[in-house]
Design a protein around this ligand. Structure first.
Ligand code: BGC
Length: 254
């Protein structure tokens, strides 16, 4: 396995990248960030990803495995959904798009899958055997299901239908902000969401990520679940670290 990888995280507001120490699960140099172009179409995003890699050039040898996260279903490199991204992504071969832009092979993965894999490999769920469910609470709800260290990709559990609603529309952090919910009000929605999830999957551990997990003490203690539920450790770095690790894993299998 190589010791250095490169992770890139494509988000709604920024495209971030950093070299990743694959043994330690940490950034090997400072992160670079460029605003996400609007509209965030494939043609607009590809050159910005190339710019991020160029800006990191002095820290790279040029043969590191590259992993890129994207906030949609990514099936074998192809974007299949667009809940919170530009519709034109549906059907786009994201892996070909970015490898053409960079002139190097890349691996593209769902954002929550990358974050979840990082938490299991280096973070809050390190060393846990069995079924780990990682959820990210942000604009939407992302999910990652990892069983004995192996990722089951694209679980999309943010779109469970609960009470006739798409779960993320009610329980994502953006819903808390949009409706100006108190922590108690939001926790009620999270309670309904997570109890449904634990009844379906019986995970051994639930990890809660996304920016709001920094404020976990405001809402996690309000939840009453049978499954242990803990905040993520790697926070904003998880996507980059997980993407680089998944790319290294894929390269090792080739
Ligand atoms: C998307 C997922 C994504 C999640 C978090 C959801 O709306 O369907 O693919 O992981 O948002 O960004």
């Amino acid at each position: 396995m190589p010791t250095l990888g490169l992770g890139i995280d494509i988000g709604g507001s920024g495209i971030k990248g950093a070299p990743v120490d694959l043994g330690a699960g940490t950034f090997a140099a400072e992160r670079v960030r460029i605003e996400t172009p609007q509209p965030a179409t494939p043609a607009a995003i590809a050159p910005v990803v190339a710019q991020v890699v160029e800006q990191l050039g002095e820290h790279l040898r040029g043969d590191e495995p590259i992993g890129i996260t994207f906030p949609a279903v990514i099936q074998h490199g192809i974007a299949r959904s667009a809940a919170n991204v530009d519709e034109s992504w549906i059907g786009t071969d994201a892996e070909s798009l970015f490898s053409d832009a960079l002139g190097r092979p890349v691996v593209v993965v769902n954002d929550a899958d990358a974050a979840g894999f990082a938490e299991v490999t280096f973070g809050a769920a390190k060393g846990i055997h069995g079924v780990v469910l990682v959820t990210t609470l942000g604009t939407g709800i992302g999910s990652a299901l990892i069983v004995d260290g192996r990722l089951v990709p694209n679980t999309e559990l943010g779109h469970l239908e609960i009470g006739g609603h798409d779960a993320e529309k009610k329980a994502a952090d953006s819903a808390r902000e949009r409706h100006d919910l108190s922590w108690q009000q939001w926790a009620k929605r999270l309670q309904r969401y997570y109890s449904h999830l634990e009844d379906l999957l019986w995970p051994d551990l639930i990890v809660v990520g996304g920016g709001v997990s920094k404020k976990h003490e405001k809402f996690l203690p309000l939840l009453d679940l049978r499954t242990p539920i803990v905040p993520a450790h790697l926070l904003n770095d998880a996507g980059i670290i997980g993407a680089a690790s998944l790319a290294a894993q894929a390269a090792a299998k080739r």
